[in-house]
Design a protein. Sequence first.
Length: 666
Amino acid sequence: MRHTLADVETDLQHEPPKPASEELRTLYREESEDTRKRATRQGLWIAVAAYLLYSLTDLLLVPDVAIYTILARFVVGILAVSTIEIQLRLRTSADVIDATSATAVVLAYLGWLCTALMTADTQAISYYMVFGAIFMMSVNLFFSFQFRLAILASGTMMLIFLAALVTFPPMALIYKLTFGAFCVSCLIFTSYVNFKLNKERYKVFLNALEARFQQNEAAERGKALLRLSNTDPLTGLENRRAIDNRLRGCWEGWQKYGRNFAVLLIDVDFFKRYNDCYGHQEGDRCLVRVANGLSDAISPHNATIGRYGGEEFIVLARLDRREQAGELADVICRTVEGMALAHGQRRDGTSIVTVSIGASFTRNQSGTKLEKIIHEADRALYAAKASGRNCAKLFDPNDPQSSDESENIAALLKIAIDQNLVSMVYQPIRNLSSGRIDAAEALMRLKMLDGTSVPPSLFIPIAERTGAILELGRWAVKTVCKEVLANSLVPVASVNVSPIQLKTPGFAASIAAVLGETGVAGGRLAFEITEGLEMEMNSDILRCISDLKMLGIRIWLDDFGTGFAGLSWLRLIDFDTVKIDRSFLHDCNTERGKAMLQDIISLVRNRGHKILVEGVETDSQLSLMHKFRIDQVQGYHVGRPEPAARFRTSVIESAVTVRTSKPARL
């Protein structure tokens, strides 16, 4: 039998009270069964004790028949408690036990009254009879009997009293009328009080039941939020936050107990081209199918899989031998290849979706840290890509070929600024209220000496690992200030900063020097922070962020909701803008996805942050952002990343469009 919170609220709101649903009444009786038994047992024992103590009044008021009244008291009392105890041992229902107790009270009254009426002192008994009202009150008020049983028992006692009153000739008529009226008044009053008490008990039950439902719903919502915070919304796999926690657990197990494990980084080959060709929605469906295939592939192995960002997945596997990591990686490669998902835009002779895998295995080394095993898997992944993709590489510290590609890029980064191999592109950010382009995100691009582009997902981690990110970061900020801020091309430009930069002493001072050199106010510059594995919330980072904000620089939280950013960041840092990851917008083709985005927007809005949603690619998505009252949007529908010259043209065209679209004033 199941009940909902709505059933309980409906029953509570009936004014005046209507008959409760039979199911709720039944549940009330079932849940109060044991409580009623205990209460009746305790009440009967107390009532019997009081009943026997009243033997003293028998000795005082009707001493000539006291022997009989006292004997009756003891006989009825002993029989009553004995019967109740037997019924309790036999697990008799609460209704039967209540009926037995009510019958015992009636018999106690009848036994006492019949013996007391045998007295020769008519005057004493004429007054003593009024004590019968106590029995009536006990049924209605002392015990927790249901109303029907209480009215039946008290009504029976009233009839016994009236019968005794009529058949007792010595009493004057006025006394009979007075005592009779008193008896009827007691019945009416105590019965009404019993009715109200029973109603109140039921209402207390309904309130408790409602509270229980609300608590259960709150618990379910808490579980759902926990799942949301640890689950990638697109693929349903664990997100980076959950995987990072598992990674720390594996690391501690290896450090303390020597339990070896492997890390496998899996990257979908040429996924950007897949997105550009088939669209992001189809790209999302591809990622979901790949995620399902990867889950099936690792299920026989003692492994966990999660989405580590974009088109990158990660597998943590507790393995005994290093060779097992390579075998598992090969199984995963062949599984995805066997899925035969069409990818016609590749230029390497392959027309299906494949993956490249970099694997690393725990090994003893000096100064080892948790990040090291990830970096090794990352370097192995670069080696797999350099080997033509659709393959797996296991990191081998003794094989210089395992890191050739990453070392080539690391060497390239050292000369990138001097050789003009690095540049900046700008993606516009639109203010939905004004329709204007009031900000831009600056994105770094790198090309090889032969002009081949190197994706940021490839060179940024290497720049962070080698420390080249510090010089590149300063160059990026200076370039952004000169290209789009000094000439007021946009009011605000955002630049992504690495956790390595925030941890570096003097970073805020170097930014202040750039601002002074270029003559740009700090309030026109924004730094986007993405929480990652190395991004621990330590005092150095917090101090650096505080120093940057003192310069007027805006701090934005990037990729919120994907597992890169934790809710604790919203509590610890006063972000100017929170960027919600594009995956949540693209999930809005379902009601569940739309509700999830609304929940995230409400969470951020309640914290008082400005909201920017990424990935706006269609008119319908832009209309939805208007409906949700989003502050700013970014995506291909607003504008693609472009070099400064073309970006200037786009901004001017956008401003003209906004002006001409406004109605003329009369």
